[in-house]
Every structure is written in C-alpha cells, then in structure tokens.
Design a protein around this ligand. Structure first.
Ligand SMILES: [Zn+2]
Length: 400
C-alpha cells in the first residue's frame, strides 16, 4: 500500500536526500520512502499489515519536524582544494577491495582490512597522529569501546542522536534462562538469538562520538594557561539502520580525533590552525576536498532547531571529499571529517575550567579513517603511478 504526502514547499535535492535518509527511523512497517521528481511530493510504501492512519501520523509529524525552518541558512564553502591526478574517479572501490581481499565485510557495517588497504589505514592514522603532535603538542590517551549511558546523556547524545546509539546487554543472571539459551544453541548452523525478556536492560553503550569519553576524564579539572590538546584513534559505533552502506556509512568505524580544551581564545586559534591543516592533508593525499560550514543530521524532533543554530553560528566545518558518481552522473561526496566548536557546552556540563576559573571552551576535529581511505582509493584508483609519492611508497611496497 502506498501513501502520498504534499510538502508545503518545493525542497532542494540535499534536503530530499536527508528526508529519505532519516526516514529510516519513522516506523518499521515502512518499506520505501521517496521524494518524487517534483521535489514536493513524498511517497511512502507500507506493509499490508500496517495501520495506515498510524503511519500517516508518524510521517506527518516527521515531515513537519524536519522541515521546520526550511530552507536553512545557506552553507558556505570556506576552502577548496584540487588534486593533480587527472584520472577518473573509481566507482565500486569497496567491491574491488573485497575482490582483492584487502577488505572483509565481517557483518553489516563492520569491516576489516588487509594488504595495502590496511597499510593505508595505518598510514593515515600515523600521519595524522604525528602531524597533530608537531602542530598542536598533543597528549596521547586511549579509550575503551564501552561508555556509560550516564556519560552519553551528559554529553547531550540522547538529546540529539538517540536513534544512533548502540546498546550493550547480556543474558539475565538466571540459571534457567542461561541453560535454555545454551541448549538452544548447540546447533551451530541455526543460532537462536535471545528473546528480549532474556536480556538485561543495557548498562552500557558502544561509544558513538569519539571525543565524548575525554570530557569525563577532564571533569573538575582546570586546564593549564596554554590550553591542552589530546589526540587518539577512537573506535566509533553508530547504528545507521538501512542507511548502512559499504565504507561510506559503517556501524563501526575509526576516527583520528583531536580535542582542544582551554580559554576561548586558545580554542579558536587551534581551530583555525586545524582548518589550515586540512589544506596540507588534501595535498599530502592529493585529494579533491572542500571545507564547508555544515550541520549535523540530528534526530527529527530536534533537527530544525539544532541545524539552524549550527549553521548560523558556523560551529561545524565539514571536510567534504568526492568518492564517485551516482546513476545520473551527479558527483557523490561524503564528509570525511569535521571540525567542531563546542563553546562552553562540555566545560559547563563536566565542570572543566580554563586557567583563571571560567568554564573551558572545547573543540574537536574528527577524521574518519575508513572514509579517507575510500576517498583516496576513489580518487587514485588501483594503479600505483596515480598515487602521490609519499603515500605510494608505503602503500604498494607491502602486499603482505
Ligand atoms: Zn568530537
């Protein structure tokens, strides 16, 4: 059965893409959601068993939340870099990586690497870690994959992206439940998953935002007058529902994170330096790249308000890279990372102070390793001659 909705205004293609993407979270009985070519009609396919009125209400509420304040303030391009490699963009990078056994899809949205892909993964992380140390005097630190729901709540995660959280649980501590589950799983060809009542209420999440655990570490501390910078490789988990897609949008991915904490002036200065550094990054990997003021895809109910705020305050700059073309020849681009100003949000929530006692400002820079890998392979293909020299010498030496 299909339902049709008229939008109050004609939207642009980016908004149409965002509506389709975030529609994954409206209702499980929706099998397809698309925006028609007139960019003003939404067509929703629902299961025969679904209640059309109930779904209709959910879709209407979703659309009005997402379109509140539309159109948002115009995005601004801060800088653009061009690669010197004149070769075409390679489509189907992930398939080719898998064919060569340089990438392995262990499950939906979680992948492993080997050979030159693994070398590139390690090279990107090492390059960023070393340059951050030279440029910002970073301290190193490491974090576990688990994070408490309490800390995520304080970081504002449940207030903005509750749909992306991944919850960790275990069988309830009950001998009969455990024994039944064990007995039901002796046939390894047909594993039986636990029923909801056999699982404990989750007491942990998998960390969905690389920098979040650091604020807990800095809680109640006063930053030195010169400010502090931390950098580490963070494992990040975001449940993306049906939007999970090869290396582009993974459930589990890795981020080279960089966080500044200190006075507003210090954080602002470091942020400018980080923006400048992206030009060096583009050159080092010879990438087409642009830096754009952007907003996050927040959960529908808060999307409009937070998007407006981020865009008008220019708090988020995205590192956009082309990764191929889609069916109708449109350039496909992804955000390989972002540079985010948080103001005193975390300083106040975690009582982190700048030298002198005021709440500290913070900012973070996150670069997704898998997305940078995808962009680099997409822009240089699989012939070593097309790769920039410093990267190439590391990469194709070692078909391990
Ligand atoms: Zn961050």
């Amino acid at each position: 059965m299909s339902l049709e909705f008229q939008l109050p205004v004609r939207i642009d293609r980016d908004m149409a893409d965002e509506l389709v993407k975030e529609s994954a979270y409206i209702a499980r009985q929706i099998s397809a959601f698309r925006v028609a070519d007139d960019l003003q009609t939404v067509v929703v396919e629902i299961a025969e068993t679904a209640n059309p009125e109930e779904i209709s209400g959910k879709v209407s509420r979703y659309l009005s939340a997402m379109l509140r304040g539309y159109p948002p303030p115009a995005t601004r391009v801060c800088a653009a870099y061009q690669r010197t490699d004149a070769g075409p963009l390679a489509d189907g990078v992930f398939d080719e990586l898998k064919r060569r056994q340089w990438a392995f899809e262990i499950g939906v949205g979680h992948v492993g690497f080997a050979g030159p892909a693994l070398t590139l993964y390690e090279y990107i992380d090492q390059y960023l870690g070393e340059r951050y140390q030279e440029l910002f005097g970073t301290r190193t630190i490491s974090f576990p994959a688990l994070i408490t729901p309490g800390n995520l709540a304080r970081c504002g995660y449940f207030d903005s992206h509750p749909n992306n959280a991944t919850w960790v649980t275990h069988l309830v501590e009950d001998v009969d439940t455990i024994e039944q589950f064990r007995a039901a799983n002796t046939d390894i060809r047909a594993p039986r998953l636990p029923k909801p009542e056999e699982l404990e209420t989750p007491a942990a999440c998998l960390n969905p935002a690389a920098c979040d655990p650091l604020y807990y570490v800095l809680e109640n501390q006063t930053m030195p007058s010169e400010g502090v910078a931390y950098s580490w490789l963070g494992r990040v988990f975001r449940y993306e529902s049906r939007n999970t897609r090869d290396l582009e949008r993974l459930w589990e991915f890795n981020v080279r994170e960089l966080v500044f904490a200190g006075s507003a002036a210090y954080v602002q200065r470091q942020r400018e330096k980080a923006v400048q550094f992206m030009g060096e990054l583009a050159q080092h990997f010879d990438l087409d790249m642009s830096l754009e003021v952007a907003s996050d895809p927040f959960f529908a109910t808060v999307a409009a308000v937070k998007r407006m705020w981020q865009l008008s305050m220019e708090t988020k700059v995205e590192v956009k890279v082309p990764i191929g073309t889609d069916g109708d020849g449109r350039l496909r681009r992804i955000a390989a990372g972002s540079i985010n100003l948080h103001g005193k949000f975390f300083g106040e929530r975690f009582s982190i102070h700048a030298h002198g006692g005021a709440s500290a400002d913070t900012a973070c820079v996150g670069l997704g390793i898998e997305r940078l890998m995808l962009a680099t392979f997409a822009q240089h293909g699989f012939e070593p001659e097309r790769w920039p020299k410093p990267v190439r010498t590391h990469l194709f030496l070692s078909e391990r």
